[in-house]
Ligand binder design. Structure first.
Ligand SMILES: [Zn+2]
Length: 284
């Protein structure tokens, strides 16, 4: 019994680390990253607002409890939440898509979801609400609205249909290839939804991540791209200082770091038990 209680506590505490807000929903000042691209997320869960003359695009609704924080941020920037016409759903984990139904309710936005993540995304039904999905997109498809085009890139592993998005932003007459990462996080690979080929997918995704000509980058978690540090630099930025979110070297280092931590998680002796298939795959 004691052992059972202990393992339940361990399961709960790892859930708290992995899935519960735990300060993740604390507010963070919204800010312009570049051009028509703004940060409107919480302290840890990233959401982005793309402002166009025809209305706005929101990327990532996060937890349902994050939605009021996002709404307040949108309004702090001087935009109307109801002007959100398209919601691009994050990958099929609750901290990125649980709030989709609430955003849909408040704005009527078209909800765009990656096709491969569709079934998993539908599983998130806070309060029993059906998960709204209006458009499914595949790798290479685009969302074009009000003069902005976003291109979807499938980066499977963290979820089977994890989608990154690219676009071009301009500042002072220069264009920047902009990459909105999905998640390269395989540090907790054992706790992710397992599917055949997950390890091969992760490895291919790290390779693919290096093929994009990334100049400006952000990700689904603020901590993944050093948001707080970059925001502090943005606040102190002088007229001749570079935009701190333009960080091609930081992007490469991030891919390297996450690939290493994924391989380290696989090599950890604790997860060998009962995971024979996974072990075999890792030798390939
Ligand atoms: Zn996730």
């Amino acid at each position: 019994m004691r052992i059972l209680l202990f393992s339940a506590a361990v399961a709960l505490s790892s859930l708290a680390a992995f899935g519960q807000p735990n300060g993740w929903n604390d507010p963070f000042p919204p800010h312009k990253i570049m051009d028509n691209f703004y940060y409107v997320g919480t302290k840890e869960l990233a959401s982005f607002l793309i402002v166009t003359p025809q209305g706005n695009i929101l990327m990532n609704s996060n937890y349902e409890t994050s939605v009021p924080v996002i709404k307040a941020n949108v309004e702090k920037l001087g935009f109307k939440f109801s002007d959100i016409k398209i919601l691009i759903a994050g990958h099929a984990h609750p901290d990125h898509v649980e709030g989709d139904a609430m955003v849909k309710e408040l704005t009527g936005a078209q909800v765009v979801v990656g096709r491969v993540d569709e079934a998993k995304t539908r599983e998130f039904r806070p309060g029993g609400k059906e998960h709204p999905i209006d458009r499914l997109v595949d790798d290479g498809e685009t969302v074009t609205f009000g003069g902005t085009t976003l291109t979807a890139h499938i980066m499977p592993g963290h979820t089977r249909g994890c989608l990154a998005w690219s676009t071009t932003l301009k500042e002072n007459g220069k264009s920047y290839y902009t990459f909105i990462e999905c998640s390269l996080n395989g540090r907790f690979v054992q706790t992710l939804d397992q599917y055949p080929g997950i390890l091969d997918d992760f490895r291919a995704t790290y390779k693919k991540a290096r093929t994009f000509p990334v100049e400006l980058w952000v990700s689904s978690h603020a901590s993944f791209y050093g948001m707080a540090e970059k925001y502090a630099k943005l606040e102190k930025r002088g007229p001749n200082d570079p935009n701190p979110f333009v960080d091609p070297e930081g992007y490469k280092a991030h891919v390297d770091e996450y690939e290493k931590s994924f391989e380290a998680a696989l090599a950890a002796p604790a997860q060998g038990k009962g995971r024979g298939q996974g072990k075999g795959k890792q030798d390939k």
